[in-house]
Write a protein that binds this ligand. Structure first.
Ligand SMILES: O=P(O)(O)OC[C@H]1O[C@H](OP(=O)(O)OP(=O)(O)O)[C@H](O)[C@@H]1O
Ligand SMILES: O=c1cc[nH]c(=O)[nH]1
Ligand SMILES: [Mg+2]
Length: 207
């Protein structure tokens, strides 16, 4: 299944990303903010554990998210601000890394580096702002499954209808939480209206 956010603040922030005046620093901070809100939506039904803590009035049993069961995996580069944002909310989550690049001629993704912790009993939050053809996300999920992932939630900012459908067809067990699904994929496999190249926008390499 996929869930597109209906939150008006999320939509507002996505539109800040589209504006060409939004320079790299603000662009990354906005991705951080959107990611924290999408993570809240994705974790709404995540298991909690009763924990005894000391409060100002003494011991108290409270329900806490089972953060030790979460592994955050950004797809670099563009996924990096998503990791930074969510780690501010969940500083004790573990992180793994996939560095992938889409060949802009063939649109096929290539994996350059990986560092994935043990995924036994874990839920992976896979982080990539953009789902264009869906190829990078499909390959990343396939790789994580080979590494033992049983449960993967995909957190994304912008998708094309085509890409989101392709990911669902390839991996129907993966739930997608996305801020906005745009109109279409263009002839160069870019999302329209979209925001351009998220990695270039985030790291100031557009020109
Ligand atoms: O759905 P797809 O057609 O595979 O395209 C989406 C991919 O393209 C972008 O990364 P890119 O390859 O540009 O790498 P970057 O993060 O280094 O810019 C984006 O972050 C996705 O990973
Ligand atoms: O629109 C797109 C497509 C792929 N990658 C991006 O960053 N943006
Ligand atoms: Mg890029």
């Amino acid at each position: 299944m996929y869930k597109e956010s209906t939150n008006v603040v999320v939509k507002h922030l996505v539109n800040r990303l589209r504006d060409v005046r939004t320079a790299s620093n603000e662009f990354r901070l906005t991705i951080e903010e959107i990611s924290r809100m999408i993570a809240s939506e994705a974790l709404e039904n995540f298991p909690t554990i009763t924990t005894n803590i000391n409060t100002w009035q003494g011991p108290l049993d409270v329900e806490m998210l089972e953060v030790q069961k979460i592994v955050l995996v950004p797809i670099l580069r563009a996924g990096e601000p998503m990791l930074t944002g969510i780690l501010k909310t969940l500083p004790y989550a573990k992180s793994g890394f996939l560095a992938m690049k889409r060949d802009e001629k063939t649109s096929l993704s290539k994996l350059f580096y990986e560092n994935i912790p043990n995924l036994e009993d874990k839920t992976v939050l896979l982080l990539d702002p953009m789902v264009a053809t869906g190829g990078s996300l499909i390959d990343a999920i396939t790789y994580l499954k080979e590494k033992g992932a049983k449960k993967i939630l995909s957190l994304n900012v912008l998708g094309s209808p085509y890409g989101v459908q392709k990911v669902q067809e390839a991996h129907p067990d993966v739930d997608i939480y996305i801020a906005q699904i745009d109109e279409r994929l263009d002839e160069n496999n870019y999302i329209r209206p979209g925001l351009g190249d998220a990695g270039d926008r985030a790291f100031n390499t557009s020109h």
